[in-house]
Design a protein around this ligand. Structure first.
Ligand SMILES: Nc1ncnc2c1ncn2[C@@H]1O[C@H](COP(=O)(O)OP(=O)(O)OP(=O)(O)O)[C@@H](O)[C@H]1O
Length: 742
């Protein structure tokens, strides 16, 4: 009984004190939010708290509680119910021992400056996650600090009441983790700040200005870690980056919905959460009717022939060779424009600028800019020059006419002739000067008119269909390959793999608008990207601050995407590479089955280690055809076992739709999930394996009838994805175990 623990009364008092203080702050801040905030900031201005090197700004960001008080009353209320989840007993050199309580936000006493709660993202909190007890170090910015960690304690607090607490050391089983993992999924990812593991903590806090790439097993927490890293990033780098400059790319809308609620819980608002396809269309302004990205996959799955042609167009379009081809196309366009500078800039017959000089600016000095941005700059250069020279053109012309008129006045004895010439010069001047003035106004636009702006979509479409141009641009392709490429594009169709090309061309030719120029990217399921997609983002956004997480074993789109990480590491030479081998999602029993499939793959990935959590052994239920009654029985027993979310995972979308219809006809509350569906738990969710990627459910029924899983690259991965979605219970339903490669 926790109540008999000698420190129980002290802990209860501490919790009460914390909540009281929070209520106090809340009340005060409500009374006079603004002035309280200013007062707090002022009073803290000269304080050194926690880390002696912390700046005032840092103290303010540490003291997020006040910010929260200002902006979000609701989340503050939530924090109040569970102000902290852990405590460290810590001592810095030559200082007194202290107890630091770690929570989701920080709170500092505004008179004593005592840290009542320390934010989980603050430097010192790192020692909580870092594993070891004893002498430890942690970093504040680039400086290392040391200290002694005596003990770590974890708390379970519910509705503001202390339920239990426990000291943690290396030998204690991490009960909080066990408890967190045995929980029920409500088809939403949750925050895990209380139970972040050492290997995960390393990734969350890995060098923020450097790219990282994580190969992580199914259920190892990749998505969760990416989201926590965003939270950590904004906490630590909030002074330098706005949330709007951060973007998380997810595979589909269903997935965005799935992760959507965790970010606010982690104190992250306003970051861009989207899919690659949506982002590219927004950033380029090019709207396309895209082929369903899963259509090709489905064709591959349903077809009997799983071997791809050697000249596989989606794969080519994802390669760096394709980027090279487009570079040649861009160069061609650039040279065509450069040739237009062969003409000089004139106002009437006065040369204002040499074309060769402008060409040099275009090709060299401004070459760091996108092509059309260079033209805009050159236009400005000409404008300035015209403005500068127009005056002198006019004054020298006026002077010349003055001179000519003077000469005519003095040069002719015959008054008629004199009048004739003087009048002629005056008339000429009076006609010419206004004409020149008009010309001055239009010189720049007349000169620039020759540089027509391209429509990227049209340019790319021409590239896809122009035989002669392709021969010039892709001489390394055989005649047959060139023909295949052209023929594949006779009908106008747009596929996901074309988006990287469009984005790249747009970035190089027009440039990405500031509002879409993300500076920090987080990409989940990165194994489904092509190298060119990543390269296009990196060069178009001019940043390499990418957090990339993925799993090659789940690379079901490998006919067009990545199959290894080496090339990614070459593309991001500054990247740190991490691997995660432990799965937190699945029970040992389920992972054993999934590992059998993993072992059959070519990727040479080590088997996944489940964290120690036992459950029911997966059941195989034999059935020749899809039998809704049988599924109903399984579903009902799973519900009886207390599972919230249950999914029936099929091989294809067609099967999913067909099975759902049969289930509904038998009064089973089923719902087929598509990319745009909303996730709920009240029904039996039916979905194809490729859509289930990234999601998780309490219990899963994997079914395959007419199209069994074959021992092919794609099928092994699809099956592996399906099996690893289950947290607690798994059923496999089909004609034979062989249909599931078992
Ligand atoms: N340290 C942890 N404490 C508690 N739960 C955790 C921890 N790490 C991961 N989990 C849980 O494990 C599950 C899997 O996490 P997540 O979905 O992030 O994994 P993933 O690597 O992205 O999986 P997949 O590759 O299959 O999509 C989630 O329910 C997550 O909450």
């Amino acid at each position: 009984m926790i109540t008999s623990h000698p420190e129980y009364p002290k802990e209860v008092e501490r919790l009460a004190y914390t909540i009281r203080y929070m209520e106090d702050i809340l009340r005060k801040s409500q009374e006079d939010l603004q002035s309280a905030n200013i007062k707090i900031q002022e009073s803290m201005a000269n304080v050194e708290y926690l880390d002696s090197s912390d700046s005032f700004i840092n103290i303010l960001t540490n003291s997020r509680f006040f910010e929260l008080a200002r902006t979000q009353k609701e989340s503050l209320e939530a924090v109040k119910q569970k102000p902290y989840f852990a405590r460290i007993h810590f001592q810095r050199p030559n200082e007194a021992e202290e107890f630091l309580y770690i929570g989701k936000t920080s709170l500092i006493h505004n008179e004593t400056f005592e840290p009542i709660i320390v934010d989980w993202r603050s430097p010192v909190a790192n020692v909580y996650y870092d594993g070891r007890l004893g002498d430890v170090t942690y970093r504040v910015r680039e400086e290392e600090y040391s200290g002694h960690l005596f003990a770590k304690r974890q708390y379970k607090i519910e509705d503001g009441n202390l339920v239990s607490f426990q000291d943690v050391d290396l030998t204690t089983n991490d009960d909080l983790l066990q408890e967190a993992l045995s929980g029920k999924a409500d088809v939403r990812l949750t925050e895990i700040v209380a139970t972040i593991q050492q290997e995960q903590n390393e990734i969350i806090r890995a060098h923020l200005r450097q790219p990282i790439l994580v190969q992580g097993a199914a259920g190892s927490g990749k998505t969760t870690i990416a989201l926590h890293r965003i939270s950590y990033f904004l906490y630590t780098m909030g002074e330098h980056f706005n949330p709007e400059q951060l973007m998380i790319l997810a595979p589909n809308k269903l997935f965005i919905d799935y992760i959507g609620e965790v970010l606010p819980e982690l104190g992250v608002e306003r970051i861009c959460q989207t899919t690659f396809a949506e982002y590219v269309q927004n950033a380029t302004g090019i709207k396309l009717k895209l082929q369903d990205p899963n259509e090709q996959l489905e064709q591959l799955i349903e077809g009997n022939d799983h071997t791809l042609p050697s000249f596989n167009i989606p794969k080519i379009k994802g390669s760096l060779q394709y980027k090279e081809l487009l570079d040649r196309l861009i160069k061609m366009h650039e040279m065509k424009l450069a040739a237009l500078f062969d003409e000089d800039v004139y106002i009437e017959k006065y040369k204002i600028m040499r074309g060769s000089h402008l060409k040099k600016l275009f090709l060299f000095e401004f070459s760091y800019m996108p092509i059309e941005k260079r033209l805009e700059r050159i236009k400005k250069v000409i404008q300035t020059e015209v403005k500068r020279k127009a005056k002198s053109v006019l004054s020298s012309l006026n002077a010349r006419y003055e001179e000519m008129i003077g000469k005519a006045l003095n040069g002719f004895r015959d008054p008629d002739k004199r009048r004739e010439y003087v009048t002629k010069f005056i008339d000429e001047r009076d006609a010419r000067i206004p004409q020149i003035k008009t010309e001055i106004k239009s010189t720049v636009s007349t000169y620039m008119r020759r540089f027509e702006k391209v429509k990227i979509k049209t340019m790319y479409r021409t590239f896809l269909t122009d035989r002669l141009a392709l021969r010039e641009l892709a001489p390394e392709w055989s005649f047959e390959e060139q023909e295949r490429f052209i023929q594949a594009h006779t009908k106008e169709k747009w596929a996901l793999e074309d988006l990287a090309a469009l984005f790249y061309l747009h970035a190089q030719i027009k440039g990405i608008k500031e509002e879409w120029k993300m500076r920090v990217l987080f990409i989940d399921e990165v194994q489904d990207y092509s190298l060119f997609q990543l390269a296009a983002l990196k060069s178009g956004l001019e940043t390499d601050m990418f957090t990339l997480v993925g799993d090659l074993a789940q690379g079901i789109h490998s006919y067009r995407s990545l199959t290894e990480w080496d090339s990614v590491l070459k593309l991001f030479p500054r990247a740190n590479f991490f691997t995660l081998q432990k799965s937190y999602r699945t029970t040992i029993e389920i992972m054993e089955v999934a590992n059998q499939i993993l072992a059959k793959m070519n990727e040479n990935l080590p088997l996944v280690e489940p964290v120690v959590r036992h459950g029911k052994s997966p059941s195989f239920v034999q059935s020749e055809t899809f039998n809704p009654k049988q599924i109903k029985e399984i579903y009902e027993s799973l519900k009886q076992n207390g599972h919230h979310s249950v999914a029936l995972i099929c091989k294809t979308s067609n099967e999913a739709a067909f099975f759902t219809e049969m289930l509904l006809n038998h009064d089973i509350d089923a719902e087929v999930l598509t990319e745009t569906s909303e996730l709920g738990t009240s029904k039996l969710l039916v979905l194809p394996s490729h859509l289930a990627k990234g999601l998780e459910f309490d219990a899963v029924i994997v079914a395959a009838f007419s199209i069994p899983y074959a021992d092919t690259v794609i099928d092994r991965k699809l099956l592996y994805v399906a099996l690893t979605r289950a947290m607690h219970e798994l059923y496999i339903v089909g004609p034979t175990k062989k249909a599931f490669l078992l």
